[in-house]
Ligand binder design. Structure first.
Ligand SMILES: O=C(COP(=O)(O)O)NO
Ligand SMILES: [Ca+2]
Ligand code: NA
Ligand SMILES: [Zn+2]
Length: 311
């Protein structure tokens, strides 16, 4: 059933577990994510980036947002678990408004590339509008490396817990994504994986609101290897290790954004199925086994996040 992001995350924060926020761009990824949540009896957040809305709507933002809302609602109303639809990395005011108008449960205003005062002002503005119509808001402090659809953050600037305290108080934002060393995509760390848990601990203490980890994909090496065996070129791919995810959850992360793990799984098994079933031309017989694997990886993530059975 449909439930608000805020209710889902406040429960998670109180009970110290995390809920997956899985990105989707099409029907099959959405189906795989929702089936995984249902099978794990877990609350789940499904998210579209601005690029996903443009892709779903073939450039028509209102149509894309509306279609995303209607696909999620149509599937979710049949499920026994709570589902929320979230706008990931909102930056374009028009797209954020389109998502609110279409019926998204929550929106992210990502102004983390701006100086503190401007990020604060931008976020405050979206919070006022969204809260007026019962929508919750996520913001980001500090910068992630990696390419977020249309943002290339040159350096990763970690969150300042003192700034986070002021930021949350002034903006009344509902959830905060503190940059603690992750980055988007499959190539997260040059050397050893490293997260700044001290900062995270302080941000939770100072803000006491649900926190979000971006760039949290684990990039499983067996799947990377499989993709490469069938012709992909993903050498050097590296993600967040399980023990670090678990520690981040203990310290107060309640929403974990995951996109790359689903993409790598999709690519590995699509390559495998196509190369093994050479006469297959029915897309359902190709996508069927591929998205079974995507569903399995989502279930694995839900178990690691601690939200299995929490519906
Ligand atoms: O932060 C993410 C996804 O990160 P990954 O690339 O690690 O899946 N979406 O907003
Ligand atoms: Ca950002
Ligand atoms: Na987000
Ligand atoms: Zn992100």
């Amino acid at each position: 059933y449909v439930k608000s992001t805020k209710e889902i995350l406040e429960k998670a924060s109180k009970e110290r577990y995390a809920v997956g926020a899985f990105n989707f761009n099409n029907m099959e990824f959405l189906q795989a994510i929702l089936e995984a949540a249902e099978e794990e009896k877990a609350p789940v957040i499904v998210a579209t980036s601005e690029g996903a809305i443009k892709y779903i709507g073939k450039g028509d933002i209102e149509a894309g947002a509306k279609l995303a809302v209607e696909m999620v609602r149509t599937y979710a109303e049949k499920l026994s678990v709570p589902v929320a639809l979230h706008l990931d990395h909102g930056r374009d005011f028009k797209i954020i408004m389109a998502a609110i108008k279409a019926g998204y449960s929550s929106v992210m205003i990502d102004a983390s590339h701006l100086p503190f005062e401007e990020n604060l002002r931008e976020t405050k503005r979206i919070v006022e509008i969204a809260h007026a119509v019962g929508i919750s808001v996520e913001a980001e402090l500090g910068k992630l490396k990696g390419i977020e659809d249309n943002v290339v953050e040159k350096e990763s600037v970690l969150v300042d817990p003192e700034e986070a305290k002021v930021f949350v108080k002034e903006t009344e934002v509902d959830f905060l994504a503190p940059a603690i060393g992750t980055s988007h995509g499959a190539f997260k760390f040059k050397g050893e994986a490293q997260l700044d848990f001290e900062r995270l601990k302080k941000v939770k203490e100072y803000t006491q609101i649900p926190l979000v980890l971006h760039g949290a994909s684990m990039v499983p090496q067996d799947v990377v290897k499989l993709a490469n065996e069938y012709g992909a070129e993903l050498s050097g791919a590296k993600g967040v290790p399980e023990d670090m995810l678990k520690k981040a959850i203990e310290l107060g992360i309640n929403k974990i954004n995951t996109d790359t793990d689903l993409r790598i799984t999709f690519v590995a098994y699509l390559r495998k199925v196509l190369s093994e079933d050479k006469s297959q031309i029915d897309p359902r017989k190709i996508f069927g086994p591929v998205f079974e694997q995507v569903k399995e990886i989502v279930k694995e993530r839900i178990r690691i996040f601690g939200s299995s059975g929490k519906a």
